[in-house]
Structures are given as structure tokens and as C-alpha cells.
Ligand binder design. Structure first.
Ligand SMILES: C[S@@+](CC[C@H](N)C(=O)[O-])C[C@H]1O[C@@H](n2cnc3c(N)ncnc32)[C@H](O)[C@@H]1O
Length: 240
């Protein structure tokens, strides 16, 4: 990768096992897999993503934006289309995402000097209190070890009045056959998909996190039976 402007500029200081015990070969493989699937996912949910990220377009006072679990940069085309003047911080425990993130940045035409990548966890964000106007999370709360801690950190780093924009795949309704399938498959899924859970009722954790207002919608990402496990989604905006 020619450019060095997207830099790993901080290490998480919490010393947690999830950061220390990483397997490089697995992280490389997972980063490649995530990078390979983002275009398809973006195509599928393009309208929803545009709607989710509309506040970036509408509010020109937004400057500091944090994306937790930024991965390979699936949302960079949306940021580039909306605003090229935001200061974007991406936090992710998988440092092997960095080459893909850099490539996404270049492909999207997002200014690389506006993006800083930190190796870290949503549960221990390497950022000061009340430093961010917006925090974004897409397909991340399924994977964090501690959802409550992650949301507490989101609230800590958000400025008063700042927004948390999220889109996550979640559990199917209790008692439904897709939920039974999710419960059955989850133990194996977690192992192969870097700790991702298909059966999390993430909406209830977000509802109880302490946002002053919350707009949360449930929707199905696709009617295709192939995607039954990760079809149920939520998206919305929580305001601090
Ligand atoms: C399914 S990928 C989604 C990537 C990207 N947000 C997207 O929409 O394509 C999940 C991402 O969450 C990251 N992740 C896992 N545990 C995390 C944690 N505790 N804190 C922050 N990110 C985490 C993974 O490394 C991975 O990049």
C-alpha cells in the first residue's frame, strides 16, 4: 500500500485478552473475508445505509466521527459521498483490516489524512470524553464481548447532543423457527466468525443504554432463506 497516512496511531491500554491473544493468520483471513463481502452487503442495504448516514449530510456542524469496528471500511463510500471534511476515527481490534481500509479509502476518494485508525475495542475506546459528534456502528455489536460496556463507552465519548447511528443484525423473534436455528448454529458461528453472535437481542441493550432519545426500527435485510441467520436487523439513532 503506497500511502502511509492511514496509520495505527494508538494501542488500547486496557490490556484485555481480546487484543493480546489475536491470531494473525485468522485476522488476515477474516479481514479478507469481510472485505470481500462488503460490496454485496452495501448493495443490499444501500437505501438503509443512506438513510442511516443522512445526519452527516444534513448537519454541517458534525466534524468528529468515530466508527467502532470499522473493519475494511464498508462505510467509506457513504462518508465520501456525504462529507469529505469530517475527521474520522476508526477503532477495530483487527489490525489486519488496515490494508483493506486504506484501499477502501482510496477507492472511495475519502481524504486519507482525515482518517485515523486505532487498534482497540469498543469496550475501551482510546478517545477522550465528549470528543465525538457522531459514533457509527454497523454489524459490530454482534461481535463485541460486552455490549453494555461498548454502549457506555459510546455515550462517554459522545458530546452532549451527539448521535449514535447503528445498523446491526439481531436475533429473530423468540419462539420463531429462525430463532431456533440461530440458537442451534450460534456456538459454531461464533467460532468461525470472530465472535459474532446471531442470536443477540441488541435492541434491548440499546434501549436501556441511557440515550436521551432513541429511534429504532426492526427490518429484514432480505427475504432470501439463504440469509435467514442474519436477516433480522435493527437500525436507528440514539441521541446523548
Ligand atoms: C462483521 S465486521 C463489520 C465491519 C464493518 N463495520 C462493516 O460494516 O462492514 C465486525 C467488525 O467488528 C470488529 N470487532 C469485533 N469485536 C470488536 C470490539 N470489541 N470492538 C470493536 N470492534 C470489534 C471486527 O474486527 C470487525 O471488523
Amino acid at each position: 500500500m503506497a500511502s502511509r497516512t492511514v496509520v495505527a496511531r494508538a494501542q488500547c491500554g486496557c490490556g484485555c485478552a481480546k487484543l493480546q491473544n489475536r491470531r494473525v493468520w485468522y485476522d488476515k483471513m477474516y479481514a479478507r473475508m469481510i472485505s470481500g463481502s462488503t460490496a454485496k452487503y452495501n448493495m443490499l442495504l444501500d437505501g438503509r445505509k443512506r438513510q442511516l448516514l443522512a445526519p452527516l449530510l444534513e448537519d454541517s456542524s458534525i466534524r468528529d466521527v468515530l466508527e467502532i469496528g470499522i473493519g475494511s471500511g464498508a462505510n467509506l463510500p457513504y462518508y465520501a459521498a456525504a462529507r469529505k471534511d469530517i475527521r474520522l476515527t476508526g477503532v477495530d481490534p483487527n489490525a489486519q483490516m488496515l490494508p483493506y481500509l486504506t484501499a477502501s479509502c482510496q477507492a472511495a476518494g475519502f481524504p486519507e489524512q482525515q482518517l485515523a485508525f486505532s487498534t482497540g475495542l469498543a469496550e475501551a475506546l482510546p478517545l477522550p470524553d465528549e470528543s465525538q459528534d457522531v459514533v457509527i456502528s454497523t454489524l459490530v455489536l454482534c461481535s463485541v464481548d460486552d455490549q453494555r460496556a461498548a454502549l457506555a463507552e459510546v455515550l462517554r465519548v459522545l458530546r452532549p447532543g451527539g448521535s449514535f447511528l447503528f445498523m446491526e443484525h439481531v436475533a429473530a423473534p423468540l419462539g420463531s423457527w429462525p430463532r431456533s436455528l440461530q440458537e442451534l448454529v450460534n456456538p459454531l458461528w461464533r467460532r468461525v466468525a470472530d465472535g459474532c453472535h446471531v442470536n443477540r437481542e441488541t435492541w434491548s441493550i440499546i434501549r436501556s443504554a441511557g440515550f436521551s432519545s432513541l429511534d429504532l426500527t426492526h427490518f429484514a435485510a432480505t427475504p432470501s432463506p439463504l440469509f435467514t441467520l442474519i436477516a433480522p436487523h435493527i437500525a436507528g439513532r440514539g441521541v446523548k
